[in-house]
Design a protein. Sequence first.
Length: 117
Amino acid sequence: MPLVFDVDDVIYTSQGITLPTLKRLQALGLILLEADGFVKKGFGKHARLFYGGRLTKIGFKNDGNNALDLGHVLLTAQGKQLSESTKPSSNQQFYEYVIQRWFRQGLTLTSIQISRN
C-alpha cells in the first residue's frame, strides 16, 4: 500500500516521489492516482497493518464501521504484481510520518517490536 498523503511533503520528494513521477506510473498502469484520495471502510474497533515486517495495531474510536485514510495512490493489479517481485526497504522516517499522521486523526497506534539479539 503506497500511502501517499501529500506529494509536496519532503518525506516523499526526498525519495523522488513527485506528482510528475506518480502521473508516469499511472500512465504505465501501475497505480491509480486520485486527487480526493482513497479510504478503506468497514474496520472494526481494531486493525493490524504491517510495514517492513513490523506489526502496528490501529485502534479506532468507534466499535465498528471505521475508515482509514489511504492517501492518493493505490496499486493496480499490475502494480501489485510488480511490487510482489521486489523486496522494498523500510524507511523509519516514513513509518513515523504515517504513524504521526494517523495519531493526529485521533487513532490509537501500538507497535510491537521484538529484539532478535
